[in-house]
Design a protein around this ligand. Structure first.
Ligand SMILES: C[S@@+](CC[C@H](N)C(=O)[O-])C[C@H]1O[C@@H](n2cnc3c(N)ncnc32)[C@H](O)[C@@H]1O
Length: 253
């Protein structure tokens, strides 16, 4: 699917959702409050999507929060949502890829469901760890394995099983990146099912507005993911969020 259409589908599919990940609003609010409490001055939200996390952090503390994404439809929604809001800090949104940023550091980094903006989840973790100011806080979230996946699901995803870590290895993966996990939040199966249902319905609504050929393509992809997620993904995938800080020992890089 062309990149622009992918971005439009994703933004449209999430239109009725507060953020583009399967965590609950409460889980996100709690983790953002934790970071706000540390009073960061600068923060980066990698792959900010609709901007909910950038805005929440800038609302709760006096940080300058930069949300970056390469999806214009998501960035438009983020800018609109932040307009006129009373914030303790400020939220800026920019069309940029993290790898194009100068080599600066941030007191807080959010990377929620956005590893692909950097590389594999392990590469993204290392990148984020390298850009944290001393004592800074990282909110990192991505897919994880709750159980070993069926080979057919791996084939469907077209990835190596090792792309995602298993929950048994999560603390050591962070330690290898020089990070100490402070808190873990997992998307509940119910919240994730509700999220998937809403994304599927959003994709269907968007497909109905496209020309028939494009619409059929979007619908086929949405159906294929729904079938695979219901049959396999729901049994083995997790979506896990980690609050972490540097170990102070320089890590294992
Ligand atoms: C699953 S969404 C998560 C959005 C947001 N963090 C949230 O939780 O609501 C992943 C986001 O990463 C963005 N993304 C993908 N590749 C990117 C890149 N190279 N640079 C910046 N953002 C990227 C996508 O456009 C999308 O908005």
């Amino acid at each position: 699917m062309p990149t622009l259409l992918t971005a439009r589908v994703s933004a449209a599919a999430h239109i009725a959702l507060p953020h583009a990940n399967p965590l609950s609003v409460q889980q996100v609010a709690d983790m953002i409050s934790f970071i706000a409490h540390a009073k960061p001055i600068t923060a980066l939200d990698v792959g900010c999507g609709p901007g909910a996390l950038t805005i929440a952090l800038a609302t709760k503390c006096s940080a300058r929060v930069l949300g970056i994404d390469i999806s214009e439809p998501f960035l438009e929604r983020a800018k609109l949502a932040s307009m006129g809001l009373a914030m303790l800090g400020n939220a800026d949104f920019m069309n940029a890829s993290p790898l194009s940023l100068r080599n600066e550091t941030f007191d807080a980094i959010l990377c929620v469901g956005s590893s692909q903006a950097i590389g594999t989840p392990i590469e993204a973790l290392s990148w984020c760890g390298d850009r944290l100011s001393p004592g800074g806080l990282l909110l990192f979230a991505d897919l994880t394995w709750r159980r070993r996946p069926e080979p057919r699901f791996i084939e469907f995803l077209g990835v190596e099983e090792s792309l995602y870590w298993s929950e048994d290895h999560e603390v050591s993966v962070f330690a290898d990146a020089g990070l100490r996990v402070l808190q873990i939040e997992r998307a509940s199966p119910q919240a994730w099912k509700a999220y998937e249902d809403a994304v599927f319905e959003g994709s269907q609504r968007f497909a109905a507005r496209l020309d028939p050929e494009e619409g059929a393509h979007v619908l086929a992809r949405a159906n294929a993911w729904k079938t695979a997620f219901d049959a396999y993904g729901a049994n083995c995938l997790g979506f896990t969020a980690y609050l972490a800080t540097q170990t102070g020992g320089g890590g294992g890089k």
